[in-house]
Design a protein around this ligand. Structure first.
Ligand SMILES: Nc1nc2c(ncn2[C@@H]2O[C@H](COP(=O)(O)OP(=O)(O)OP(=O)(O)O)[C@@H](O)[C@H]2O)c(=O)[nH]1
Ligand SMILES: [Mg+2]
Length: 361
């Protein structure tokens, strides 16, 4: 990895005393990098440029979007070569600890590992839960790894888009394992399952050997479930939960020909079972790759990405339209009073918005 030193500059500042010129050191003003510089820097694995490329794809600014899309288009031929692993689980299930254990192991073995976080709470609160406590100190310091927290203060759908694009940036920079961590909140698990090759669900046992807060819909997306914290006096509870879950999964996925979803136990803290889980991931992804279904899965993901983008673009243009904002407020008040059917009000707003668009020169 090469790091370029931050440019510092000396600028001439006219002095108060006529005839004498003072030279004052001013903080460097960061010039925006050109698409050429970004592309070259990312392909070269330059960390500074990589950071700027991530920041760029996270930006909501319309000008930045154009640069980001031009950059991504140029990087695209160099993408697609990583194993994309999505990891989710309830808060505190040990995702970050697991990624620290797996990531350092892979990096020590010669892999290049990028970790990206999807934190949908940043879209609501503007803050980033995952960013504050990544618990990946060793991995973040590793020469062959990069840990990128979730962008904060985004728009709905913005984090997912930025993460999808960040995967491409990381692949173009030569990372061969991309891990996406997400807290199990809202739409985020589905989003992550739809941007990765393998979706690993981390579970933990509750008071008994029941599993905490697993949603059926999320279970259906999982390619493997790992019951974490199988250590100390929790081992037998974890083993009990494993048996129950395996039985439940057999019922859930009883369609003929469908392979059973592996259920495993591990201790991220003690780094037990982590290598075994990675073997499952590797075997599955290479099987998908060799029979062509990985390419199919990724193409279907790309189509879904486009469909979602249409909805997001329309929504953000609608929200940004000043005329619509007033009209929305007016109709919200009427809906609140019960004076108009919500669906009819929405229809009217959309018609007005599209009508306005058509009238534009
Ligand atoms: N005993 C035990 N504790 C663990 C294990 N893995 C994680 N922990 C602990 O569980 C707590 C939460 O771990 P994190 O890795 O931050 O969990 P997380 O799922 O990333 O949490 P959020 O990002 O907040 O959703 C920490 O105190 C960890 O030390 C494990 O395998 N065994
Ligand atoms: Mg975490």
């Amino acid at each position: 990895m090469t790091d370029s030193p931050r440019e510092s500059s000396l600028r001439e500042v006219p002095g108060v005393d006529p005839g004498r010129e003072h030279k004052v050191r001013v903080p460097p003003r960061r010039r925006e990098a050109s698409v050429d510089e970004l592309v070259a820097g990312v392909l070269d694995g330059n960390r500074t440029m990589l950071g700027r490329a991530f920041t760029l794809v996270e930006s909501l600014d319309a000008g930045h979007r154009t640069v980001a899309e031009n950059m991504l288009e140029r990087l695209l031929p160099r993408t697609g070569n990583a194993i994309r692993l999505g990891i989710s689980g309830v808060p505190g299930s040990g995702k970050s600890t697991f990624i620290e254990a797996l990531g350092t192991r892979l990096a020590d073995d010669g892999h290049r590992v990028a970790v990206l976080a999807v934190d949908p709470s940043s879209e609501i609160s503007g803050g980033s839960i995952l960013g504050d406590k990544t618990r990946m100190e060793r991995l973040a310091m590793h020469d062959s790894a990069i840990v990128r927290p979730s962008p904060s203060g985004s728009v709905p759908g913005g984090v997912a888009r930025a993460t999808r694009e960040s995967i491409l940036v990381a692949e173009a920079a030569g990372f061969d394992v991309v891990i996406v961590e997400t807290v199990g909140v809202g739409q985020s698990e589905t989003d992550v399952a739809w941007m990765t090759d393998f979706f690993l669900l981390l579970a933990i046992t509750g008071a008994g050997d029941d599993l905490q807060g697993i949603k059926r819909g999320v279970l259906e997306l999982a390619d493997c479930v790992a019951i974490n914290k199988a250590d100390g006096d929790n081992v037998s509870r974890a083993e009990g939960a494993k048996g129950q879950l395996a039985a439940a999964l057999r019922l859930l996925r009883s369609r003929e020909g469908e392979a059973a979803v592996p259920v495993m136990t591990c201790s991220a803290l003690e780094r037990e079972g982590v290598a075994e889980i990675w073997s499952v991931v590797e075997a599955r992804v290479s099987a998908l790759r060799s029979d062509g279904s990985l390419a199919t899965r990724r193409r279907e993901q790309a189509v879904r990405w486009m469909d979602q983008a249409v909805a997001h673009i329309l929504d953000s243009e609608f929200q940004a339209d000043p005329g619509m904002r007033e009209e929305c407020e007016r109709l919200r008040a009427r809906v609140r009073e019960g004076g108009v059917l919500p669906f009819r009000a929405a229809r009217g707003l959309v018609d007005a918005f599209l009508g306005g668009k058509r009238d534009e020169p």
